[in-house]
Design a protein around this ligand. Structure first.
Ligand code: AMP
Ligand code: MG
Length: 302
């Protein structure tokens, strides 16, 4: 990337085509408008990765980490200084079993100060939660000012597992797409940036990862016999995901489709998407609400 910039500086009259990897990842991975056919979206691509492959991943992450860390700290500082005006960020992670929601939290989200994070894993709702509208428990988990909320699964389960298993009548889940869009629009209008990542893993890669979990006693804890039952419903889940992506990718809260067959790419891509969105907030450090010079004198004299 540096090379390209230098070349342009040396030959200002030349128009250098913008390389794929120079386009924001948010452009490259943003779900295109129109009907969604997941079989046409790559699961093993490495779009936009600023390196040759896996061997460069650790280095690339080392370059990204300080910026992500700095941006998150600015966000957090603004939340402390001016909570009423501070932005909030919500990262939504969705994907089939083994797509790597946990891995992303550990490796990508792990790049920032845990104090500024609010991580929620959504499981099957409790009886008490079911007594409320489906967005009730989601509202309660939203990030506060200056915080980054991470949803490991989300309100989208209410049009995914719920649809696949007929947990509520079709007219009920069918109305939820519009409800979700309206709810997300209001959330964005009140100062939350939503970054929705669909971790797109292939049917074959899922099988490989499930088999790996069974071959390694240190991975048994990740295995759930029910995962195979869900795997058998792959076509129904694919259909449900296609509907959710297509109907709920909006101007205010688009979906990003993250190829998830390569863990190193998937982890980097989510960290990069988060970085780009934080950058877009244009956050400065909060000004002092005290007289800096006077305080310096007081400290010196103390
Ligand atoms: P895991 O993410 O592997 O811990 O599994 C969580 C489980 O909770 C998955 O089987 C989800 O499908 C399920 N789940 C999450 N949200 C809902 C929901 N709204 N309704 C029913 N099941 C859900
Ligand atoms: Mg699981």
């Amino acid at each position: 990337m540096d090379g390209m910039i230098n070349d342009v500086a040396k030959h200002p009259s030349k128009t250098v085509p913008v390389a794929e990897e120079q386009r924001p990842l948010s452009d490259l991975l943003r779900l295109p408008a129109g009907p969604v056919d997941l079989s046409t979206l790559a699961t093993d691509a490495t779009l936009g990765f600023p390196g040759a492959g896996k061997a460069d991943a650790a280095h690339v992450d080392t370059v990204l980490q300080p910026e992500l860390d700095d941006l998150q700290e600015r966000l957090f500082a603004n939340g402390r200084a001016t909570p009423e005006a501070a932005p909030r960020v919500l990262l939504v992670l969705q994907g089939m079993d083994t797509s790597g929601k946990g891995g992303v939290i550990r490796h990508a989200i792990g790049m920032v100060d845990p104090q500024g994070l609010a991580i929620t894993s959504f499981k099957a709702p409790t009886k008490a939660e079911l007594a409320h509208p489906f967005l009730w428990r989601i509202d309660r988990a939203l990030p506060g000012p200056g915080m980054i909320g991470i949803f490991d699964r989300s309100h989208y389960e209410d049009v995914l597992v719920v649809r696949v298993h007929d947990l509520v009548p079709e007219d009920v889940w069918g109305a939820r797409y519009d409800e979700i869009n309206a709810w997300e629009e209001a959330l964005v209008a009140s100062g939350t940036t939503i970054v929705k990542c669909f971790l797109h893993v292939s049917h074959d890669k899922q099988k490989e990862r499930l088999a790996e979990r069974l071959a390694d006693p240190t991975k048994y804890w990740k295995y759930n016999p029910g995962d195979v039952d869900e795997r058998l419903r792959w076509p129904a889940y694919t259909e449900a995901y296609e509907a959710a992506l297509e109907r709920c990718s909006t101007q205010h809260a688009p979906w990003f489709v993250v190829p998830a067959d390569r863990k190193w790419y998937r982890n980097w891509a989510v960290a990069q998407l988060l970085t780009e969105h934080l950058r877009g907030l244009g956050l400065s450090w909060p000004a002092a609400d005290f007289d800096v010079e006077a305080e310096q004198k007081r400290v010196a004299a103390s």
